[in-house]
Design a protein around this ligand. Structure first.
Ligand SMILES: *[C@@H]1O[C@H](CO)[C@@H](O)[C@H](O)[C@H]1NC(C)=O
Ligand SMILES: *[C@@H]1O[C@H](CO)[C@@H](O)[C@H](O)[C@H]1NC(C)=O
Ligand SMILES: *[C@@H]1O[C@H](CO)[C@@H](O)[C@H](O)[C@H]1NC(C)=O
Ligand SMILES: *[C@@H]1O[C@H](CO)[C@@H](O)[C@H](O)[C@H]1NC(C)=O
Length: 899
């Protein structure tokens, strides 16, 4: 592990993951924190530059809108805007937290789907699983991260979950993340993540017990954590350094007290008041309830939240909603006293988890050194008052960490710690699982024989408030295949409505193995099942093995000292030990030492001491041990009404989301082409007036009129049929509109462009001619004939220019031009090649050397000089004239290239 944290410094940065997200999904707002190389831990701001994003998706005409875009329309389209979808993950329709949503007048009611083994939401006639909806929000988290400036694919993340999230809820969230193509490095409890953020910089000399009180939108969670420090060595040879660490001691919660619950009370109060006003105003004898109408209710929810916020700083707030429903205004006001009265039971419940968390941590109030308040619900003054009252005056309510963002930031930090791509400050973290988990075993075809009970075993494998990130093994002697069931044990802490069956496994291969062993005359196998409770709080059967020990004796000739002989034999017998074989749960560490291969142990050791003179050879009975070990076949399955995604449903969901993504993309392309089309209409109109004279010069009256007409027709079309035309239609219409206009605009720009190009070409040709003049003396190796060829080519091009310009002058300017500016520079392609080639023609060797030596000698001498790199000698030999010549020819080469 430690080796790997060093790796990134050895690897090129491009091949290691460079970004990790910490996503705090919340239940109403999502917060996203980001870790990237060479940047501090930071919050990702969304497309509206906000630090939190509404957890909602608006489905409008088949396409989706997120966050604030969805929120701005929720008042008008509440039935198309599911929100707080994370609350539905892994839960049944009658789960109290799900029921609460209906009580809070969320217009889309979840319903149980048998095929899916979970609840679904129907939006605009289409059914969605909470996993799909949460996947959309998580995908949006990736999109805003890219828009925030992070390049490349964002995949690695840590997601926060409430303390009370069960296996089903955690797994459903993992399925959602999988659908969003995210790689979840870990799940972390919301409060634990906040504790981590609080602890990053802390190194406490004395252990400090801190209580985290977290009132979120949908739930209240309280955790007690101990912060401490210890000496730690980075590596074997490093000096020990003091580092900070923390451990969660106890957790408690109330899953239905939160900001939304307070809002709902205000909503109900306002709805009652409005009903009274409205029923009186209509005076038609009917008693109607505004609660039956999603739009005014959505407006009331928004208003209620505002009222609550204003009341945290004021004693009285006026309320006015213009035409709330049926042309009836709602005008009222609310005092803080009224608010506290209608929420009195919620306020009472808001301190209960404090006591429960202390109990879970086995601490009393006097053991607590500090309290940190987090979560949005904290702003209600009465809650702070109640907490203070419960805790007593000696504890100050701390607000040392960002109450909204510490969870996302802590999650991101945890991700960096888990990932091998980052090296972060060491902060020790130990979390606990609040729910006891049991394992029950029975025989696969377990029918009780006459007069016998069916074989079964039952054990609590992970006890309540035990540490996470551990492995436990159950070992027992058995010779039949078994069925293993992992369940929640009954406990006061298990949330109501929790599906108690977590996962089931059929473990086969035991019977076959037992039979083989029996045939060898050996005992029944010892079966060991290893379970893991991961740091993400997910329990799994990770290893299933069976083993049988075989003890056999061999006779060996051994040389021993005379008097020791008998003692050796005695020792050999003692060394064979038998282990008790009853079901037991023990820490994996002790078990892991076993190797998985069959191994032979010499239990008797025979020493040879050849130096000693008095020796004799005897026969010794030696006991040897052999362990037959085999991996068992495990098949996992789920029962109960709430199950994780099956492979089929996963594939179905993936396809559904891909199709929605395609439609969204098409919508964006349609929007783009609409804008382009609209701009082109104005472009035609503007050009016709801005360049009146220029256009008149190259077009006929009819052409101009046709253009103008096409533009106004296009405009009419856009606001009529074009309103809901598709992408293909727009593409065709754009082509129809732009093609004739482009022709005219092209002719207009060509008038001057052509002239410029011709001038440029003439200049080039002049230059070539001048160069040829110069070459007469500077490039004697170029023959007169060769230069003649160049000049001929120049003349040919001049003739082309004359011919074309005359033809153009004679042509009708309102038709396609005779030649275009783009053709003009192409005329020199051949010429350029010829000049380029000639400019590289080697100059003749200097004369004086020619006199002295013949060619082969010169060549060989040059080669020799090159190879020995004695260029100094050569330079001194060369005459100044030769050097100059060389430079000149280089210059000419350059000129030739420039053409
Ligand atoms: C239940 O879910 C399945 C799988 O997603 C879906 O095919 C089916 O239409 C749903 N059933 C109902 C009654 O909506
Ligand atoms: C709780 O704490 C007390 C006092 O520190 C201790 O004696 C007791 O064993 C603890 N109980 C549990 C269940 O840890
Ligand atoms: C970071 O990783 C180390 C080593 O695995 C572990 O001991 C520590 O608890 C982790 N801390 C956090 C905050 O994840
Ligand atoms: C060059 O000189 C060498 C030796 O002086 C001679 O062998 C050779 O034939 C000469 N080559 C020519 C082309 O004159």
């Amino acid at each position: 592990m430690k080796l790997f944290t060093l790796l990134p410094f050895l690897l090129p940065t491009s091949i290691v993951a460079k970004t990790i997200l910490g996503v705090d999904l919340g239940s109403l707002y999502m917060k996203v924190a980001l870790v990237q190389r060479n940047s501090p831990l930071e919050i990702v701001t969304n497309l509206h530059a906000k630090r939190k994003t509404e957890q909602m998706v608006l489905f409008d005409a088949g396409t989706r809108f997120y966050g604030a875009d969805a929120n701005s329309l929720i008042g008008r389209k509440p039935h198309l805007t599911p929100q707080a979808m994370s609350v539905l993950l892994g839960r049944h329709a009658d789960h109290p937290s799900v029921q609460v949503l209906a009580e809070r007048h969320f217009p889309i009611t979840p319903s149980y789907n048998e095929t899916r083994s979970g609840v679904c939401l129907t939006v605009d006639g289409k059914e969605f699983t909470p996993e799909e909806l949460v996947a959309m929000v998580l995908t949006h988290a990736r999109d805003i991260t890219n828009a925030f400036g992070v390049q490349g694919e964002v995949r690695d993340c840590v997601l926060t979950v409430p303390s009370f999230y069960t296996q089903h809820e955690r797994r459903a969230l993992l399925d959602a993340a999988y659908l969003a193509n995210l790689n979840v490095l870990a799940l972390i409890d919301e409060n634990t993540a906040a504790g981590l953020h609080y602890g990053i910089d802390r190194i406490e000399d004395e252990p400090q017990n801190i209580m985290f009180y977290n009132m979120g939108a949908s739930a209240l969670q309280v955790s007690v954590m101990q912060f401490y420090s210890y000496d730690r060595k980075e590596s074997k040879f490093a000096k020990a350094r003091k580092v900070g660490a923390f451990q969660v001691l106890g957790k408690a919660w109330d899953a239905s007290v939160g900001g939304m619950a307070f809002d709902a009370r205000i909503v109900d109060f306002m709805a009652d008041e409005f009903n009274e006003i409205w029923n009186k105003k209509r005076n038609d004898g009917e008693t109607k309830d505004v609660r039956n109408y999603p739009r005014p209710m959505a407006k009331l929810r928004i208003q209620a939240n505002k009222v609550k916020h204003v009341l945290s700083a004021n004693n009285d707030v006026p309320i006015f909603i213009d035409a709330l429903y049926d042309d009836t205004n709602y005008q009222s006001h609310m005092t803080r006293a009224t608010f506290e009265e209608i929420c009195h039971d919620l306020l009472e419940r808001s301190t209960e988890p404090i006591t429960k968390a202390l109990k879970a941590a086995n601490l009393t109030l006097s053991d607590i050194n500090g309290v940190e308040l987090i979560g949005g619900g904290m702003r209600v003054p009465k809650i702070q008052e109640s907490i203070q009252h419960t805790l007593g005056d000696s504890l100050e309510l701390g607000l040392h960490i960002n109450s909204d963002e510490s969870m996302a930031l802590g999650a991101a930090f945890h991700g960096a710690n888990v990932s091998t791509a980052f090296k972060v400050r060491h902060v020790g973290m130990t979390d606990i699982n609040p729910f006891p988990i049991t394992v029950s075993l029975s025989e696969l075809d377990g029918e009780a024989k006459e007069g016998e009970d069916a074989w079964s075993k039952h054990a609590t494998i992970f006890k309540a408030n035990g540490k996470v990130g551990v492995k436990k093994t159950i070992a027992f002697t058995h010779s039949k295949d078994i069925d293993c069931s992992v369940d929640y044990d009954e406990s006061e802490y298990i949330p109501e409505g929790t599906e108690s069956s977590i996962e089931k496994y059929s473990v086969s291969g035991i019977a076959e193995f037992a039979k083989e062993m029996e045939e060898k005359g050996l005992a029944a196998p010892k079966v060991s099942l290893q379970f893991e409770l991961s740091t993400s709080g997910i329990v799994k059967l990770v290893k299933a093995e069976a083993a049988v020990e075989e003890i056999y004796t061999v006779t060996e000739e051994v040389e021993v000292d005379d008097e020791d002989a008998t003692e050796e034999e005695g020792k050999a017998e003692e060394a064979t030990e038998t282990k008790e074989e009853t079901p037991e749960a023990e820490d994996a560490a002790s078990k892991d030492a076993e190797s998985s291969e069959e191994k032979k142990d010499d239990t008797a050791t025979a020493e040879k001491e050849e130096e000693k003179p008095k020796k004799k050879t005897i026969s010794v009975e030696k006991e040897k041990k052999k362990v037959h070990k085999r991996k068992m076949t495990v098949k996992s399955y789920h029962v109960g009404s709430i199950r994780p995604y099956s492979e089929e449903i996963m594939a179905e969901s993936k396809a559904k989301l891909d199709e929605l993504a395609r439609i969204d993309k098409e919508r964006m392309m349609l929007e783009e082409i609409r804008n382009t089309y609209e701009s082109y209409i104005y472009l035609i109109k503007n050009k016709l007036s801005d360049f009146e004279d220029e256009i008149a010069a190259i077009s006929t009256e009819e052409q101009r009129e046709a253009l103008l007409k096409s533009a106004s027709e296009a405009e009419d079309w856009m606001y009529d049929e074009g309103y809901d035309a598709d992408l293909e239609t727009y593409k065709t219409k754009y082509e129809e509109l732009s093609a004739p206009a482009e022709k005219v605009f092209f002719r207009m720009t060509e008038v001057s462009a052509r002239e410029e190009a011709v001038q440029e070409l003439s200049k080039k040709l002049d230059k070539v001619e001048a160069l040829m003049e110069k070459w007469v003396t500077s490039m004697p190796q170029v023959t007169e004939e060769e230069r003649g060829e160049v000049i001929a080519k120049v003349n040919e091009i001049r003739a082309w220019i004359t011919e074309k310009t005359e033809a153009q002058a004679a042509a009708d300017p309102s038709t396609d031009p005779v030649f275009t500016s783009a053709e003009v520079p192409l005329q020199t392609v051949d010429l350029q090649k010829i000049v380029g080639k000639l400019s590289k023609k080697p100059k003749p060797a200097p004369k004086k050397e020619e006199e002295k030596k013949n060619e082969t000698e010169t060549e060989s001498e040059e080669k020799k000089e090159d190879s020995t790199e004695s260029s100094d000698d050569k330079k001194s030999e060369d005459s100044d004239e030769a050097k100059k010549e060389e430079e000149e020819s280089k210059e000419e080469e350059k000129e030739g290239d420039e053409l």
